[in-house]
Design a protein around this ligand. Structure first.
Ligand SMILES: *Cc1c(COP(=O)(O)O)cnc(C)c1O
Length: 466
């Protein structure tokens, strides 16, 4: 499989190179040159397969030329063997038409484990083939950091430096990062905000000498391999609810547009997806873009759903490219305009291409709380605030009543137990697999939010490229 950039001028690459590169050299994002097609018979043949076997069938066309089916199976078995539920992503029924797809049974209790556990395996496999070394540098507001650290802890060919804003992540989130004492893991509490941490990371990537010397790599959801791993659970869930005979709708709590874009990919491959609901909190740039064509950046408002407190959704570029006719040079122009003015209008082709399948809703804190209470009253389910945004949207929108609606449950309620307790009066206990989190020793550095302090810290500890 060949991958092309959304901005039309980077060279096409194979899966292995795209996985290690992350961003394309023209600033764009990589996408497959065409969508693999699954016929109704191929989808029917997924019935009854385990999660790992489903993953192998769904991802095989994307990795063709870089991994054999047996290699892919080994990596998937290693990645998903670490989940605490045999179904990996089980479905839970809420009422006659609403379902939850639980994506939080991985080691760090949020859906990011599904993609990052596999990415950790892919990195290791590709780096040992090349005898190369990577330095991952990232900034996190919580979930990505812990999932990435867990996925690469102890791996010889990778060092990871994760910056978080000191005092501004939940104590569960912080401890999930800082209690991992592997020698290749470096946690840095930055004296500043998440935006400060993010700006420091961007500056390191934009420093060509520093970036080349340590072979810097990113693990955020611009990495194609992460989206690919997320396509699997759309197939897995839809087949269990009757695909290919019966269409299914999905509602997705959305921030960076990665998770819901994976649903779009599943639909392009032939899965009968009736609708994809983009559910946002009050940081609603995506709702405005999809409903009115207005993609203009506002101020980020902090909410009870921090993983969706985003005003620029990097993966939206992939949709604009694919739905708008795959004209990379025109999109590069449009994105340059956006970067300069922080606002743009979608073209008619982009709007119409998206409207076939996407719908959207902006959910305020009251509706979120009501959805949490409804899930508890209707089905005894304690859900996290992010999942509640998705569920509220699924219930508010006038979707075809004959079609089952699956809300993606993106985090375990215990990961956001203060917010859950405020909304429902119930304080969800930490699951057994992280039970001694608060007894473990923590290790992290505290640094001022300056480029000099952070680069000196990284340069002293990272492995330079030989
Ligand atoms: C990251 C995250 C989201 C948003 O997912 P995107 O792929 O960025 O749209 C939603 N919920 C939780 C719990 C998350 O960690």
């Amino acid at each position: 499989m060949d991958y092309i950039s959304t901005r039309g001028s980077a060279p096409a690459l194979g899966f292995e190179d795209v996985t290690l590169a992350g961003l394309a050299s023209d600033g764009g994002l990589y996408l497959p040159s065409q969508w693999p097609q699954f016929s109704p018979d191929m989808i029917r043949a997924l019935a009854g397969l385990s999660y790992v076997e489903t993953a192998v069938r769904v991802m095989a066309p994307f990795v063709a030329g870089s991994l054999s089916e047996d290699e892919l199976r080994d990596l998937c078995a290693a990645a998903y063997g670490r989940f605490s539920h045999d179904a990996v992503t089980p479905l839970v029924q809420l009422d006659h038409r609403h379902w939850l797809l639980e994506l939080f049974h991985g080691p760090t209790l949020a859906f990011k484990d599904v993609a990052l556990q596999l990415l950790g395996q892919l990195f290791e496999r590709f780096l040992s083939r090349r005898d190369d070394h990577l330095t991952i540098v990232g900034a996190t507001s919580g979930d990505t950091g812990s999932a990435a650290i867990d996925a690469v802890a102890g791996r010889e060919k990778i060092d990871i430096f994760m910056l978080h804003p000191d005092g501004r992540v939940s104590d569960v989130q912080r401890r999930q990062m800082t209690t991992v004492l592997a020698p290749n893991v470096y946690n840095i509490a930055i004296d500043g905000s998440f935006d400060d941490a993010q700006a420091l990371v961007k500056r390191m990537f934009n420093d060509p000498d520093f970036s080349a010397r340590f072979n810097l790599s990113a693990v955020n959801s611009i990495n194609w391999a992460r989206l690919m791993a997320q396509v699997v659970y759309y197939f897995y869930a839809a087949v269990r609810l009757g695909a290919p005979e019966r269409p299914v709708a999905f509602s997705v709590p959305t921030g960076n547009f990665g998770d819901v874009f994976a649903g779009y990919v599943a639909a392009q491959m032939g899965l009968p997806v009736a609708k994809l609901v983009v559910a946002t909190n009050v940081n609603d740039i995506l709702h405005r873009a999809l409903s009115q064509g207005d993609y203009s950046q506002g101020q980020v408002v902090p909410t009870a759903t921090p993983s969706m407190d985003i005003q620029v959704s990097s993966n939206f570029e992939r949709l604009l490219f694919d739905a708008g006719g795959r004209d990379g040079l025109a999109l590069a122009e449009q994105m340059r305009g956006f970067e300069a003015s922080k606002a743009m209008r979608l073209t008619n082709a982009q709007r119409e291409g998206a409207a076939h399948i996407f719908t959207s809703a902006r959910i305020d804190p009251d509706s979120m709380t009501m959805a949490m209470r409804w899930a508890y009253d209707a089905a005894g389910q304690v859900i996290d605030p992010h999942s509640a945004i998705g569920l509220a949207a699924a219930r508010d929108l006038a979707l075809d009543p004959a079609i089952p609606v699956v809300t993606l449950a993106t985090a375990h309620a215990a990961k956001f137990r203060d917010a859950v307790e405020r909304a429902t009066g119930t304080r969800p206990p930490l699951p057994a697999r992280v039970g001694d989190l608060f007894a473990r020793e923590e290790s992290f550095a505290k640094l001022p939010a300056t480029f000099e302090a952070v680069t000196a810290y990284v340069a002293e500890r990272a492995t330079p490229r030989s």
